[in-house]
Design a protein around this ligand. Structure first.
Ligand code: SF4
Ligand code: SF4
Length: 290
């Protein structure tokens, strides 16, 4: 066989060259730990397998958040405080979170729960772009709840500010009161209005707050205030919010702030952590790493 004619170092050279070309020096250095195994096979002896390099054995943040979400769901609801953390240095302004939220919640025209605000900051030539994804802040002290005349918007024990679509009158006081502009009104429009036919996919139900609702004239949520709800229907089913799992920049984190050893608690403790309009005393449950 041809291989037997090759010197022993031939295969090792080929492996080394392939790794240097395909994986870069750092990765190749890690993977060249297979060399003792090749030697052992050639010598027909046994050797201990080297541990997997740290860079490969660390738990992925999505897996960690998913695991910590399940831990939080085991606790009584009043012992959980859901928070979102957004790393602005990782956000690439791809709008993936905006689109996934629209899709997840079957949002109509004019209703966007998580826009990504794009700004230029600084003075030429020292300028940069700044990206601020802006879901509902789920404030501990929410201005919207105070102005609702019939308590249709309320704060749950786990901190999620919710809207009871069956109660909401559509007076829009809350839309005006929210200092973050996080609420919008459902005017009953469809993306395919003024085309030959409203497409059937626009008549598919949404599942916000765990209730299947098909939008049609005069039926909630048409005529209601609407906003981000931290994907509570997904949380109830053990899943992270849609914008977290689809974030292209891996910039969005979610979890229980009351878990002192959890990922979000360590991020909130960072000197980079800040909240929007802190001076208002609303105490948002969304933190930004700047
Ligand atoms: S629009 Fe609905 S939630 Fe907002 S203040 Fe009016 S009744 Fe309350
Ligand atoms: S948590 Fe859910 S509802 Fe809120 S912005 Fe993210 S995807 Fe939209």
């Amino acid at each position: 066989m041809e291989d037997k004619k090759k010197p022993k170092h031939f295969r090792k050279d080929i492996i080394k060259k392939g790794l240097l070309v395909g994986g870069g020096l750092l990765v190749a250095n890690e993977l060249l730990t297979v060399e003792p195994l090749i030697n052992a096979a050639e010598a027909n002896t046994t050797t201990s397998v080297k541990p997997v390099p740290n860079s490969l054995s660390q738990e992925d943040n999505i897996i960690r958040m998913q695991r910590e979400l399940h831990q939080a769901l085991e606790k009584p609801i009043d012992q959980v405080h859901w928070v979102m953390v957004i790393d602005q240095k990782k956000c690439v302004a791809c709008d993936g979170c905006t689109v996934s939220c629209i899709s997840e919640n079957a949002l109509p025209p004019g209703v966007v729960y998580r826009p990504v605000i794009k700004e230029e900051v600084g003075t030429y030539p020292n300028v940069r772009r700044k990206f601020t994804p802006r879901p509902c802040m789920h404030c501990e002290n929410p201005a919207c709840v105070k102005v609702c005349p019939i308590a249709a918007t309320y704060k749950r024990e786990d901190g999620i500010v919710s809207i009871d679509y069956d109660k909401c009158l559509g007076c829009r006081y809350c839309i005006t009161a929210c200092p973050y502009g996080a609420r919008s009104f459902d005017w009953g429009e469809h993306h395919t209005d003024n085309t030959p036919e409203v497409m059937p996919y626009e008549m598919e139900p949404g599942y916000e707050y765990g209730e299947a609702r098909t939008r049609s004239k005069g039926v909630s949520p048409v005529g209601n205030a609407r906003k981000c709800h931290f994907c509570v229907h997904r949380l109830q089913n053990g899943m992270l919010p849609s914008c977290v799992t689809t974030c292209i920049g891996r910039a969005t984190y979610f979890g229980d702030l009351n878990n002192s050893k959890g990922l979000v608690a360590s991020l909130v403790g960072s000197p980079r952590a800040t909240r929007l309009l802190e001076k208002l005393g609303t105490k948002p449950s969304v933190y930004y790493l700047t």
